[in-house]
Design a protein around this ligand. Sequence first.
Ligand code: IVH
Length: 659
Amino acid sequence: MAANIIKRITELKNQLNDYSYCYYVLDQPKIPDAEYDRLFLELQQLEAEHPELITIDSPTRRVGSKPAGFFKQIHHTIPMLSLDNAFASDDVLNFDRRIRERLEIEYEIEYVCEPKIDGIAVSLFYENGILTKAATRGDGTVGEDILQNVRTIPSIPLMLRGSNFPQVLEVRGEVYMPLAGFKKLNFVNPRNAAAGSLRQLDPKITASRSLDIFCYAVGEVIGVTLPIRHSGVLLKIKEYGLKINPEIKVVTGIEKCLDYYQSIGKKRDKLPYEIDGVVYKINDSQLQNKLGFVSRAPRWAIAHKFPAQEELTKVLNIEFQVGRTGAITPVARLEPVFVGGATVSNATLHNIDEVWRKDVRVGDTVIIRRAGDVIPEVVSVVKERRSYDAKPVTLPKYCPVCGCEIVKPEGEVVSRCTGGLYCSAQRKETIKHFASRGALDINGLGDKLVDQLVDKNLVNNVAELYSLTEAKIATLDRHGEKSAQNLLQAIAASKNTTLSRFIYALGIREVGETTAQSLAKYFGDIHKLMEAEISNLEIIPDIGPVVAAHIVIFFRQKHNQELIESLLKSGIHWPKELSVVQPLAGQIFVLTGSMKSMSREDAKEKLHALGAKVSESVSKKTAYVVVGADPGSKLAKAEKLGIKIIDERKLLDILKKKG
Ligand code: IVH
């Protein structure tokens, strides 16, 4: 016997036992499920090849791990088993073929297809219709008594509905945390959230967590004959008032199971709970009984898993990217890994504080998560796999692109390169932003092309895009005559735009598309916007002091003024904004008493800007009387006429909301 096989088996057993202890007993998984499954499979295969090496303590010989010991133990009369996993369609087809060979049947088998809920398995005991016991799966034979916690889950009936209850009905299902509830808590994933919440010694804590259940099987049953088909059993327990998953479907033939997998896969992101695959179960219990079980799982069912959304990989490097506004973003360069259905080789680390909080270092083994279309992220580091000499990441002093100083203002999360447009990275990003969809939408001016234009000094700012020529473009890689013409045409077409797109395209900090639209509507003219003061800007909806300051600072800079003039000169134009909105048009305000936050003149100006009139005397036509400190006789008159009286705070609200 090769010594290295014995060594590997021991190693796998120790690792798997340790991981499953952390997972089941401590509720603190160390590695993603996919990695656990892989190690488990490796051990299963080695043991299949060398059965003489199987020992009683092998994780393949039991389900899960021993309970934590804090709860009363409950013995499962019928063991709570697990399921074999299939990852590829072939695994599923083989499963069906094996079954039909064993049963010696030619016809297509009827299966029940169910989502595989990512939660924690529980057993619920109803005696004469009353919930008397509830347990976790534990190691499959002995679980923990969690009755008091389970009783707090609103979807679990304390008493069955209807009448003529069986003497004993054990229902099994998956307790899970709906995603809506999960988002508020700080767990790694919803399954952990469910497990952690259910295994609380204080049921009050469980009660405060939004938990739910889908029931999928029965265990011990005494005093009633249940339907022969699994689908019938599900309907029966549904009648008893237990919750069944609405996506469950009965199909004939394994191909239909694969169709089900596809259609649930498409729905996965929209479901309000997490699933990690689907389960196929033979519907006919007589066939189930003929097939029976292998050590940990029934032969008549299989879990068809979705590609894992979490995977392990190595951090090859941590680089710092420079954004349009100079923001420095650490990015982890990864050993490529297939996760969530795509190959991932980069993951953003958002900012240096996040790198430090997660303590990610070059060379680390990390858990990467990619769910749906969300950008991949580093979930955590597997610290046990860290090399002794891995050093913490430091924030570079100087910009990796232009060499200018990087600053991180006290209390802010974002670090920035101070190079401004001297920094070629910022120039590139500024041009990419200018050409992007919501901005001037220059078709065909992609990222790679912009990089080349800047690197070759052909375009140094957005205005220079408009003086590009065919000859200049021809010097670039992979640019023939035709594509040069197309690009020039797209650039020419972009001159016909709208004011809001133009404002957005300038890339002023904190000015997104919506803010740009408000500014365009409010000012209707680029030069008016360029001259605006902070106080003019603050009365516009959604514009606070910070954004207002960014706008003013941007337009005060001479090079920005010159840039705008040069863009206009090159022919950029837009239809005149006709409707400058005046939300308070025609409304008459009267001010009395003194105000804290602004002078009466300021208030008047702001009201005028929104179209309101400000009058000195109260009349029936007055819309509002604004009362400050020590008001005069105007207040009494307003009260007499029943005019709306508001204080300074309310006025500020109106100015903000209506602006
Ligand atoms: S049936 C004897 N159906 O997955 C068959 N299990 O990996 C027992 N699970 O322990 C399981 N959704 O915790 C079944 N629709 C479903 C399920 C499901 C989730 C869990 C359950 C089980 C584990 C097996």
